[in-house]
Design a protein around this ligand. Structure first.
Ligand code: F6R
Length: 601
């Protein structure tokens, strides 16, 4: 979704803002712009397109001023265009605003302001904001009070950054739902939608909460309740992420870097303290009904959790897509709802947790971002420690979520009486997974590159799996469609004959994911079924099994416990999606139309 950056201090603002915007590119955008303020005069440069192209054309860095705001826009109201790009100024040229989110009542406000003589030039909802603030300033209120009065009138969810020619030593930030963090420097302050944008300058951050605003000067920030103006005393938090963690580190793309980080991420996640697992165990075991709610990749991790909790800990849970929770689930005081979200900002998941809470349920979350919004909707807060994920597509955070849920399942199995020897065996096998993941990366990459060349022009790809193979193929299909733009469909292999088999014809690529276990024999049956229709079958399977004889291409994965296979089996699929995308000349880090944090419903 849209990204916001802000700076106030002694240095030139524009290069800092430009760097910040580049670091927010992963959130997804269609236009970008920067406004700086110098000698009470605004300088605004903006356009649609990629930041690098706009910069080449407009040369952001030459903009003067020690205070400014920047924005990457992901169009909601008004097509992507220069005029609709942010920053937006009021019609008197005294105020500049950048905005993330949606103003639901903008049409009514625009009508009111037009009647008062305000002129509008864009099709955005945003443009009402600087004009509304200006309306209050022209009635004698100072900037802070005018912002508060304007925000009082705005309906919707948003984050704002505002600068004014009349108060050039102040940068104001407002948060209602959409995330914003303030970065604390020495004699300078930063503002951003997300932590990686400020890490180069500081690791001390203040997370603005819903209904809060920050009045930011070079020397520090005062946080207030937007509605009452009451001061909120807040200390900055030190984050452990470093700037290098958010760099490409020698890889061609963040996607590839993050795929390669997975063995380390699995290893880190296996260190989750028992006390944290106990917290979550109590939360789950105390409930009559348990839901795991999540979207996209996090939902696929939730599905793995559902299988593992049932098989290992004999605990029945439902995995639900967050946006369907309201329609398909009922919660009450005896319900536990665990929200899983990498960003901790996904609107659908936040809403599901809110609805659950209102129905009396207890809530917990598993997220990768410290102090993200989901932590405030949850009675129990747990973190994956995957580090910043910059690529829009989730890879390493998927394995972190899965590792966490597997570890939790083993812990619950122990709690529910599984024998010590079985638990020790499971833990030992889990501890082998980081090396197995490393081995996959070391062995399969050259083969996958060849396959990517061969299949990058496919029109459709079908992926089949059974049992724990099913969430793996769903996740693999999502990776393929997100970045290659090839239609990819993952399904339980047993479902093929109920319809999709009609689409399999000569040379249709079918990827069969065959983890070890009892379902292997039936998977071989399904492979033969598609081969009989002319499909070309690529198998990702245990290195020691005989699937090889039945398929056209064989990608071997080291033996592991069946339930742990998502951690290693997903890697060849991620690599295939990555190399096919590169082969097609597309950018795997920034897929079209997608955003990293989906903060709208
Ligand atoms: C897929 C992907 C998305 C996210 C989904 C949920 O590669 O990145 O499907 O998984 O938008 O996001 P979080 O986990 O932040 O709630």
């Amino acid at each position: 979704m849209c990204g916001i950056v802000g700076y106030i201090g002694k240095r030139d603002a524009a290069p800092i803002l430009l760097d910040g915007l580049k670091r927010l590119e992963y959130r997804g955008y269609d236009s970008a712009g920067i406004a700086t303020l110098s000698k009470k005069k605004f300088h605004i440069k903006k356009d649609k397109g990629k930041i690098a192209d706009i910069d080449r054309k407009l040369d952001f860095a030459r903009m003067p001023g020690n205070v400014g705001v920047g924005h990457t826009r992901w169009a909601t109201h008004g097509a992507p265009s220069k005029i609709n790009a942010h920053p937006h100024a009021d019609c008197h040229g005294k105020l500049v605003v950048v905005h993330n989110g949606i103003i639901e009542n903008y049409a009514k406000l625009k009508k009111f302001l037009k009647q008062k003589g305000y002129r509008f030039i864009s099709n955005t909802d945003t443009e009402v904001i600087p004009n509304l603030i200006s309306y209050f300033m022209r009635r004698g209120k100072n900037l802070e009070k005018s912002v508060r009065s304007a925000v009082e009138k705005l309906k919707g969810s948003f984050a704002l950054a505002i600068i004014s020619a009349d108060e050039p030593d102040t940068l104001i930030a407002v948060r209602k739902e959409s995330p914003l963090i303030v970065g604390v420097g020495k004699g300078e302050m930063f503002l951003a939608s997300d932590i990686p944008a400020v890490l180069k300058h500081t690791n001390r951050i203040i997370v603005l909460e819903n209904g809060e605003m920050a009045i930011i000067k070079p020397s520090g920030a005062v946080i207030k309740k937007t509605k009452s103006g009451g001061v909120v005393r807040k200390r900055s938090t030190k984050v452990t992420w470093t700037a290098e963690m958010a760099e490409k580190g020698g890889f061609a793309h963040f996607t590839l870097k993050e795929i390669h980080q997975q063995p380390e991420v699995i290893k880190n996640t296996l260190r989750v303290p028992r006390a944290e697992l106990e917290k979550l165990a109590k939360f789950l075991l105390g409930a009559e009904r348990v839901y795991l709610v999540a979207c996209g990749t996090s939902y696929h991790a939730a599905l793995v959790g559902k299988y593992a909790l049932a098989k290992l800990a004999n605990l029945s849970v439902e995995a639900v897509i967050s946006s369907e929770f309201q329609e398909s689930c009922r919660a009450n005081g005896k319900t536990a709802v665990l929200g899983i979200s990498q960003s901790g900002e996904t609107a659908d998941t936040l809403k599901a947790l809110r609805i659950a809470k209102e129905s009396g349920a207890r809530t917990a979350c598993l997220t990768n971002v410290v102090e993200s919004s989901i932590t405030r909707e949850s009675d129990v807060v747990c973190y994956t420690h995957a580090g910043p994920e910059v690529s829009v597509v989730a890879t390493k955070t998927f394995v972190a979520q899965v590792t966490y849920l597997l570890l939790l399942s083993v812990y619950l199995a122990e709690r529910r009486g599984m024998s010590k020897s079985k638990i020790c065996k499971l833990i030992a096998r889990l501890n082998e997974v980081p090396d197995a993941a490393r081995a996959v990366l070391a062995r399969v990459e050259p083969h996958i590159r060849k396959l990517a060349k061969k299949y990058s022009n496919s029109q459709h790809i079908y992926l089949i799996g059974r049992g724990i193979g099913y969430p793996i193929v769903l996740e693999a299909a999502l990776k393929l469609k997100e970045i290659t733009y090839i239609h990819s469909e993952g399904m339980p292999a047993g479902e093929l004959k109920h319809g999709t088999l009609a689409l399999i014809e000569r040379d249709t690529p079918v990827i069969a994911v065959v983890p070890p276990g009892a379902s292997q024999v039936r998977m071989v049956g399904n492979i033969e079924e598609v081969k009989a229709r002319g499909a070309t079958v690529i198998a990702i399977a245990d290195e020691s099994d005989d699937v090889k004889e039945h398929v056209d291409e064989f990608i071997p994965v080291p033996s592991t416990e069946e339930l742990f296979s998502p951690l290693t089996y997903i890697i060849p699929a991620q690599l295939l999606a990555y190399y096919m995308t590169v082969e097609r000349g597309q950018d795997p880090d920034r897929p079209r139309s997608l955003a990293k944090s989906v903060t709208v419903e």
